[in-house]
Design a protein. Sequence first.
Length: 252
Amino acid sequence: MRKKAPHRSRSDQRRVLLKIDGQAVPVTVRINPRARRLIVKVHPSTGEVSVVASSRRALEHALEFARTEKDWIAGRLADVPPPVMLGLGACIPFRGEEHVIRQGGSGGKPVWIEREEDVAIIRVSGRSEHAGRRVLDFLKREARRKLEMRVMEYAGALGVSPRRITVRDTASRWGSCSSSRSLSFSWRLILAPPFVLDYVVAHEVAHLRELNHSPRFWRLVEALVPDLRRAQNWLARKGTELYRYAPRIERN
């Protein structure tokens, strides 16, 4: 839920391959004029490797810097949990509860939820090779439905209205509010417990009244979701884990 970042053109970043432990590892070299030094990052859940430089002139230097940090990068990559691809047999969280994806019968809905004793199941009909796409489509539909419902509820409580609501696979923020009153959210919030989704929506809807993080803004958020610390702590501890599921694939 960071402030909306300035638009970056493709010329502001480069994708290169760096050989680490005999493997070609993609590295994204990005430009951030506010960076005071070269920074190497490894996403703790996706393993995405990035290097931040302050200018285009520093791009080559940034890549050389990454090469000197190969051992550190290898160590961080070794700690990254394996990604979870959507498909039959996979276990994924849905609204904070673990669900196993299993084959369903034909003739019904493409995807539905059911329980067998203490096991929560996402059933998928059709051919097994289509299961992943069907589950992803289901998750995104559910995310949009829940997010739009909560937006309208909280917006009504504050007497505001968004111009537009979009649901995307964002890389660095759970939600955002633009100066044009457009709200954007990550579909991955449907994987988190409901109180987390509610907090993110409340946060962005409150920005429709206060496009800042002033005490007045936080009072608005707390009026909508009184236990906001619980959600903030959950996102700080577990938020990055949500990127393991149906990992985002960067394309040049």
